[in-house]
Design a protein around this ligand. Structure first.
Ligand SMILES: *[C@@H]1O[C@H](CO)[C@@H](O)[C@H](O)[C@H]1NC(C)=O
Ligand SMILES: *[C@@H]1O[C@H](CO)[C@@H](O)[C@H](O)[C@H]1NC(C)=O
Ligand SMILES: *[C@@H]1O[C@H](CO)[C@@H](O)[C@H](O)[C@H]1NC(C)=O
Ligand SMILES: *[C@@H]1O[C@H](CO)[C@@H](O)[C@H](O)[C@H]1NC(C)=O
Ligand SMILES: *[C@@H]1O[C@H](CO)[C@@H](O)[C@H](O)[C@H]1NC(C)=O
Length: 374
């Protein structure tokens, strides 16, 4: 393949790098201060205008200076096909069936950017992989988790395969990840048939089969269904097995948290990898505690127009003009747009606007980001 700048656009890594750089500049308010994006500057994420990257300060130890930021194959990147992983031979799973998840996780956790994006991108993806792996491994055996011995072997194989695909080898440290993340040991209920007896699975699947990023963050549907199922199986298990996992105690809290893993594993078994992964990433995106880079000033115009005795047209006009003004400040990524929508939603809620005004006014995620205008 020709090694011109054009070849970058096929590179997943390059594409991803661009996403991350844009994410980083959002965090640093750099774009808002130094670059004004005009509509004529319209660009696709895979096609950044030259010069966009100048103001960004990133430690050279992390990203060595590269005079051509769109050149993908600088020597710092591993040659993905250069070695085969060393496997234990004791993890009996067909990894080719998981190749979508392995590839996605490796690229989300690639050297050398994983440490920078651990909380927001890499670890949520690793966590999702663990759940999808549990389901793939246990599904044929009426179980939703691995036993300790299989977990040890599979954990090692997963890390080797990820590393062979270019992922950072520090994932266990970065993400506090251990083989026990594959066992969910303190959840008392692990087999599929008891799970289906105890949990209203149609309700769970209805809530989580298609998770809408904006709605889920403002008015969660899937997350409460998962928690409800997890609490149910953790306490149900306690009474059945006479264990000490009394809700509220430390053991009880661990059990609920491990049982959430079991619920995730069940969802992974019932949904396609792509759908399950998207759902899990949205759920963790809602939790990510990154501030929204937009500056929200006094929303009283919206509060007034959308409070009691409001009419829909005047409320929506006020809301749309408020959001349009925010949107012009800075380029935000989808993840930030989620944070922004959530933050503004809770701001309005505190100010007494109770209705689902995003739904009422047809506001969606892209309305919070500049892409929406282009
Ligand atoms: C990666 O390594 C393989 C085998 O060593 C080689 O054939 C291939 O050309 C390399 N790819 C790149 C992009 O350097
Ligand atoms: C593993 O899965 C792949 C893709 O689904 C399939 O082509 C292959 O035959 C499977 N291998 C084994 C040993 O089952
Ligand atoms: C693994 O489990 C631990 C608790 O045992 C948890 O703190 C951590 O977040 C989990 N890691 C991932 C990536 O899910
Ligand atoms: C399936 O369950 C049996 C009986 O519990 C166990 O011996 C076997 O190792 C399990 N298989 C896998 C792949 O976990
Ligand atoms: C499961 O939940 C649905 C609502 O989502 C309800 O209609 C149904 O009756 C429930 N089934 C059981 C067995 O509780």
């Amino acid at each position: 393949m020709e090694r011109g700048s054009g070849s970058c656009f096929q590179g997943v890594l390059c594409h991803w790098l661009v996403l991350v750089l844009i994410w980083l500049c959002g965090c640093q308010h750099v774009l808002s201060q130094q670059t004004t994006l005009e509509p004529k500057d319209k660009f696709l994420l895979s096609d950044p205008p030259i010069g966009l990257f100048d103001p960004i300060e990133i430690s050279p130890s992390v990203l060595p200076h590269n005079t051509n930021p769109v050149e993908p194959l600088s020597p710092m990147y591993p040659n993905y096909t250069s070695y085969d992983p060393v496997l234990t031979g004791k993890c009996h799973v067909n990894f080719s069936k998981l190749s979508f998840m392995m590839d996605k996780t490796a690229s989300d956790c690639s050297v050398p950017l994983a440490p920078l994006v651990a909380d927001v991108i890499c670890c949520p993806q690793v966590s999702s992989l663990m759940n999808i792996f549990q389901a793939a491994y246990g599904g044929g055996n009426n179980t939703l988790v691995l036993n300790q011995a299989s977990a040890n072997a599979c954990f090692s194989d997963i890390m080797s395969i990820l590393a062979s695909k270019g992922a950072n080898t520090n994932i266990p440290e970065l993400c506090t990840l251990r083989p026990s993340n594959l066992t969910d040991a303190s959840c008392p209920m692990k087999d599929i048939s008891s799970f289906e007896r105890m949990v209203n699975v149609s309700k769970l699947l209805d809530a989580c089969s298609s998770v809408d990023p904006l709605k889920e963050c403002c008015r969660p549907v899937c997350q409460p269904a998962i928690v409800e199922a997890a609490v149910h199986i953790s306490s149900g298990g306690a009474s059945m097995f006479g264990s000490s996992s009394i809700p509220g105690s430390a053991a009880g809290i661990n059990a609920v948290s491990d049982c959430k893993g079991v619920v995730h594993s069940y969802l992974s078994m019932k949904l396609s990898s792509e759908v399950a992964n998207t759902a899990f990433r949205v759920l963790s995106g809602c939790k990510v505690n990154k501030v929204c880079p937009l500056e929200f000033d006094d929303p009283s115009s919206v509060v007034k127009a959308c409070g009691k005795a409001s009419t829909r047209p005047s409320c929506c006009a006020a809301l749309q003009s408020y959001i349009a003004a925010r949107q012009k400040q800075i380029f935000v990524t989808n993840l930030q747009a989620i944070n922004c929508a959530t933050m503004f939603g809770s701001m309005l809620q505190k100010a007494g606007v109770g209705n689902d005004i995003y739904g009422l006014c047809d506001i969606d995620l892209k309305d919070f980001s500049l892409q929406g205008m282009l």
